[in-house]
Design a protein around this ligand. Structure first.
Ligand code: NAD
Ligand code: UGA
Length: 458
């Protein structure tokens, strides 16, 4: 087999696993191996219980696994055999030293580069799939080229734009695939090889090729701009609550302007997920590093509004429940950072729950997919937090229900039944604006939609 059809992905996480499963499905002529240092994760990819929940993923993995898709811990063999190596390891925010709390922690990336040098025996294309600061490819290139075996490594950037919960659909029908390469002959040849993989199913006009730096930076900017839209509408939600305007109506009215568009204008308790905050902070750090404090401040505002939104939500709860929630039972509906995923990384539910616990509330959490993660996130608070695997059990005896994730099933629950079983007065704080507020009010609830006036009887 042509060595450039032997593809390796280092990092079997939320990106590596689904991305490679879809490539395997769409390119039967390629042989793909996904490796990880986490043995448990690799074992899970090889089992019936995949390590992550994504609609449609199981089917794709079952179709391809052990045919042209392999999950393994044997990094040495996999590196030796592959012609193209995607690197999809985590790039969290640095927690120590220079840039702590802002810059990207590149230690996993660098370890991977050194592993590649150690085992490689011939020239390879190394593709950055992880989200990285602009100019990382330069450092990677230097590290890889420091090898003493005379091997040439061509570094490309191919950031991933899939969203969790819709990963498989996004990978099958991407808005665009972005690939950046050096403007050299070797760079352009490597670029053609990676373009050829995607061209198996992505129309050519949707494969955008650029220089490496534009590609690296575009990924950070895309996430920053998506998050900026959310913070923009969330900031307006605060004003709506003061002025009897309704943020959903404002969002629809504004979004009907085709120049603005309607997507990512849903007000809520704030954006979560493993990437928005980390990528914006990374962008802020880079701007500071390059001596652009005004630009850094501009983007930092997006994160500040997100923190404000979470705090604001909790303040409204405390204020409307007679200024104390100590020892009151609160039913938390939804812990995942968004619907259709069990992922709770940076979920607003974590911050909101911790603020409520500081107020000494007693929480009972229900989430159809994320309870296991919720337990880890709230470890240490066992005496004040319970977990329910049924929403009706969750709300029994509670003073309030909080909607923190927009799971579809929350829309169709039997609210009269929930109301009956709750302490009175019963409150609903709809942090995602997915419920029928007037109906709930008519049932007897005190309703607090996000970004519009309270509907209250007390
Ligand atoms: P993840 O934490 O789920 O997975 C990363 C995996 O890499 C882990 O399983 C870890 O064990 C493995 N790993 C770390 N160092 C390794 C090494 N030296 N050798 C082998 N394996 C190693 O992370 P993720 O969510 O898949 O994100 C990966 C990258 O993709 C990040 O840069 C992220 O910003 C970016 N990204 C994520 C998403 C998303 O939806 N999660 C979307 C687009 C881009
Ligand atoms: C986001 C981007 O959408 C992806 O393109 C990108 O690849 C990915 O980050 C990444 O780099 O990790 P993801 O975080 O999985 O994807 O999910 P989103 O759908 O973007 O939602 C992020 C957060 O914003 C969620 O908490 C969601 O509830 C919130 N959100 C989204 C809103 O509050 N309002 C909206 O209108 C949209």
């Amino acid at each position: 087999m042509d060595k450039f059809r032997k593809i390796l992905c280092i990092g079997a996480g939320y990106v590596g696993g689904p991305t490679m499963a879809v490539i395997a499905d769409k390119c039967p002529a390629c042989q793909i191996t996904v490796v990880d240092v986490n043995e448990q994760r690799v074992h899970a990819w090889n089992s019936d219980e995949l390590p992550i929940y994504e609609p449609g993923l199981k089917e794709v993995v079952e179709r391809t696994r052990n045919k042209n898709l392999f999950f393994s811990t044997d990094i040495e063999v996999a590196v030796k055999e592959a012609g193209i190596i995607f690197v999809s390891v985590n790039t969290p925010t640095k927690t120590f030293g220079e840039g702590a709390g802002m810059a990207a922690d590149l230690q996993y990336w660098e370890t991977t580069a050194r592993t590649i040098i150690e085992y490689a025996e011939d020239d390879k294309i190394v593709v950055e799939k992880s989200t990285l600061p602009v100019k990382t490819a330069e450092a990677m290139h230097k590290i890889l080229e420091s090898n003493t075996k005379g091997i040439h490594f061509e570094v490309l950037s191919n950031p991933e734009f899939m969203a969790e919960g819709t990963a498989v659909d996004d990978l099958r029908n991407p808005d665009r695939v972005l690939i950046g390469a050096m403007q050299t002959e070797a760079g352009q040849e490597a670029l053609r090889r990676v373009v050829d993989i995607y061209a198996n199913w992505v129309p050519r006009e949707k494969i955008k090729t650029t220089n490496v730096w534009s590609s690296e930076l575009s990924k950070l900017v895309a996430n920053a701009m998506l998050a900026q839209r959310i913070s923009s509408i969330n900031s307006i939600s605060a004003l709506c609550e003061k002025t009897d305007a309704d943020v959903t109506e404002v969002s629809e009215a504004v979004g009907m302007d085709s120049r603005i568009g309607s997507k990512f204008l849903r007000a809520g308790v704030g954006f979560g997920g493993s990437c928005f905050k980390k990528d914006i902070l990374n962008l802020v750090y880079l701007c500071g590093h390059y001596g652009l404090p005004e630009v850094a401040d501009y983007w930092e505002g997006v994160v500040k509004i997100n923190d404000f939104q979470e705090r604001r939500f909790v303040k409204r709860i405390v204020a409307s429940m007679f200024n104390t929630i100590a020892n009151k039972k609160i039913a938390v509906f939804g812990f995942a950072f968004k619907a259709d995923t069990g992922d709770t990384r940076e979920a607003p539910a974590i911050y909101i729950s911790k603020m409520l616990l500081e107020e000494r509330a007693l929480l009972r959490v229900y989430d159809p997919e994320a309870l296991e993660n919720a337990r880890k996130d709230l470890a240490g608070f066992e005496e004040m937090v319970e977990y329910a695997d049924d929403p009706y059990v969750c709300a029994e005896g509670a003073h309030a229900i909080l909607i923190l994730t927009e799971w579809r099933e929350f829309k169709t629950l039997d609210y009269p039944r929930l109301f009956e079983s709750m302490s009175k007065p019963a409150f609903v704080f709809d942090g995602r604006n997915i419920l029928e507020h007037k109906k709930l009010y008519d049932m007897g609830f005190n309703v607090y939609p996000l970004g519009s006036s309270d509907m209250t009887r007390v």
